[in-house]
Design a protein. Sequence first.
Length: 116
Amino acid sequence: MNWYRRLRLVESITWLQLFILALSSFRLTHLIVYDQITWFLRRPFVPTSKEEREAMVEGSWRYWIGSFITCHWCVGIWSSLIITLTYLYLPWLYPLFLVLAIAGLAAIFESLVWKK
């Protein structure tokens, strides 16, 4: 697919597709930053005890990655970029975005129900 066709694809995104891509990005961000299932990815970079916090040197690469991977704003930008580029270059993965969007919407509904 050439650049012109990709540009036309971006221009032809409907509001529903944009909503699905946005919810997909939300869910992917939440999956990386907060969910227990991805703790194994965060564990090497996030100190859990006082000793580990004291041993981690501020400004080190582990500190930097730990700060990045626990920041939902930072991860949100990158997950949005990944979702957008994947949509443009691998459009056959769109059903995956739909699954992430449904899970994201379910997470929003769950948080609204639990607030009451």
